[in-house]
Design a protein around this ligand. Structure first.
Ligand SMILES: [Zn+2]
Ligand SMILES: [Zn+2]
Length: 343
């Protein structure tokens, strides 16, 4: 098979790799049709997570080509989307549908622990838990977003406890931030203040109903909220600067909901002021499977629209070019899909 491998910072190649073997009687092999590049893949590409070589990718849709005898909900030929986060599917933690709570330990595709989804074939363990048949009325772009970014944006709002009437700040308007802005509006936020250094990305959020916020962020948020601060700040960047901005922008009693992946260095948290101001901080990897029962009806009914988030398509063989385009973080290249030939 063909597989996208990061050999070092900025060094992504498409390599030949042995075809994967099914992980066990509860596993499946998916012939990948389309796979997306995620902001978190860039942490390998940029060298923030310096673990090389690594087979990249955790967002995939495709067709089942092989299935273990214990799999009950699927058969060969089914068209499926694959949760980016995997659990064993059998423990009390997985019974909550949050794979992060898996007692055996959650794993993420394309992180070195599970195979990379930016491959022509993907071995999926515990297929009944990890897979969802692509629902009627869900297009490929939305299906790919359900594997990770939309689930992540959604919990940014839901675990941020966004309620109708809230003012929500979203820091970082990549694909996850764009999903978070739309999710906050779907939760009833009165205003979503959308922050990103790239004007075109702010405009994209504005086209979906957010208020683009330029200028110095904590000061502008305080201006917009009569000095009180935002009810919820969703941090879809998560570096020291964005976390500082989040804590400086949230109101007393408000919530900072962190979605981005920080680097490996500790963050100096101002805990005393956090306690004194009763700030809730929630740090989230998406409970992907748990979000599907909420998100699928939102998408099929049109209450949530994810159009315009995926901006380009490349062939899997063009992965190096695609990564360079995504790493430039321009307004025009928001999220890129790699399509796999022979489909
Ligand atoms: Zn992702
Ligand atoms: Zn489990």
């Amino acid at each position: 098979m063909r597989s996208v491998i990061a050999h070092g910072p900025g060094d992504v190649r498409v390599d030949d790799a042995p075809d994967p073997e099914i992980s066990g009687p509860d596993g499946a092999i998916v012939a990948v049709e389309a796979t997306a590049i995620c902001g978190s893949d860039l942490h390998f590409y940029d060298g923030d997570l310096p673990f090389f070589p690594v087979a990249l990718g955790h967002e995939a849709i495709g067709r089942i080509v092989e299935i273990g005898p214990q799999v009950q909900r699927f058969r060969v030929g089914d068209r499926v989307l694959v949760s980016s986060v995997a659990g064993c599917g059998r423990c009390p933690g997985c019974a909550t549908l949050d794979p992060i709570r898996c007692h055996a330990g959650a794993q993420v595709f394309g992180s070195g622990l599970l195979p990379g989804a930016q491959s022509s074939l993907l071995a999926v363990p515990a297929a009944d838990f990890q897979l969802l048949a692509v629902p009627e009325g869900i297009d490929d772009d939305a299906a790919l977003l359900l594997t990770d970014n939309l689930a992540t944006g959604w919990v940014g709002a839901s675990r941020g406890r966004v309620v109708p009437g809230d003012t929500v700040v979203v820091l970082g308007l990549g694909a996850v931030g764009q999903c978070a802005a739309r999710a906050a509006l779907a939760h009833g936020a009165a205003r979503v203040l959308a922050v990103d250094p790239v004007e075109g990305r702010r405009e994209r959020a504005a086209a979906a109903g957010a208020v683009p916020l330029a200028g110095e962020t904590p000061a502008r948020v305080l201006e917009e909220t009569d000095g009180v601060g935002a009810d919820v700040v969703i941090d879809a960047v998560a570096n020291n600067a964005s976390l500082d901005t989040a804590f400086a922008s949230v109101r007393a009693g408000g919530t900072v909901s962190v979605l981005g992946i920080h680097d490996m260095e500790p963050y100096p948290l101002g805990a005393t002021m956090g306690v004194f101001r009763s700030v809730t901080m929630t740090m989230n990897t998406a409970p992907v499977q748990q979000t599907w029962p909420d998100l699928v009806p939102m998408l099929t009914s049109g209450r949530l629209d994810v159009s315009g988030i995926i901006t380009q398509r490349f062939d899997l063989e063009q992965a190096a070019e695609a990564y360079a385009a995504v790493a430039a973080r321009t307004a025009d290249t928001m999220k890129v899909v790699l399509t796999v030939g022979n489909h």
